[in-house]
Design a protein around this ligand. Sequence first.
Ligand code: NAI
Length: 308
Amino acid sequence: MSEEMNFDGRVAVITGAGAGLGRSHALAFAGRGAKVVVNDLGGNSSGAGSDQSVAQNLVDEIKASGGEAVANTDSVEDGDKIIACAMDTYGRIDVLINNAGILRDTTFHKMSDDDWNLVQRVHLGGTYSVTRAAWPHMRDAGYGRVIMTTSAAGIYGNFGQANYASAKLGIHGLAQALALEGVNKNILVNTIAPVAASRLTEQVMPPAMLEVLNPSVVSPLAVLLAHEGHTETGNLYEVGGGWVSRIRLEQSQGARFDPKAGFSAEQLAANWGAVNAFENAMHPSDVSNTLKVISEIVGVDLGLAAQS
Ligand code: NAI
């Protein structure tokens, strides 16, 4: 049995924490001793309106069970206000879970600029805004645990979600860059792609699935990734319904040509099988792998081996 993961003395900011996954995360962190900033604008699922009681209700619930929490009702687009609330109330920020989100599903040819812009602004813009405001505090403290929330829709694409999929994969790209920039200050950044029953999924999932997709079986991953004992960064996980899995990239060995002599589209077509063959695939984890492979092809010694 592993040691209990405690968050005594830690401050966790959780965006969109009034409902669904964020609410579950907030209860989990508060139950483990963290002081929680419960951020939630309280709008509807497509981003309209606001309701201050959504965040406050959860804060009341946490306090009633002996935990510590403060409500914040700013939009994630105003990340500096959310982080100011954490600093003014608790004087530090150890954990940030970027979770707030909305949907404006429609096929691309019917998508309005508003559908596109609002989803980008809340998901990618909001994740940027809150993380940007938290970052200097984490750097100064030499400590931070950031969790990004992406989606299978972003990783794989999903019909009718061009706005959401692009913003969600953008969040993962942001996480990958920040994982590299944060690591020497002990700021770790990991990304989760959850699946859970919530108002965002209740229309698209059958009841039998919704029954087992409790947000509470996503939160243990958030707890583990945010704990001080965790040391991995830049990883991507799918989680939900009792399943936790890590995703990595796979790259074929590909077709190789003499770059000085060049090659035609027909020669490429003749080697198309090699481009698409995943036997002996590589699993690159940083941008250097491509250059390493090319250096091998042309015989330039970079002193680095391609990643297996
Ligand atoms: P939810 O709708 O139950 O909760 C999202 C919360 O974010 C709401 O309480 C809402 O008021 C809040 N929020 C929305 N816009 C906000 C803003 N601008 N500022 C502050 N708060 C705001 O949704 P759910 O399912 O819990 O989603 C949480 C996150 O997980 C989202 O980022 C979503 O895209 C992501 N996700 C969820 C999946 C699922 O199966 N439920 C699948 C993949 C990703």
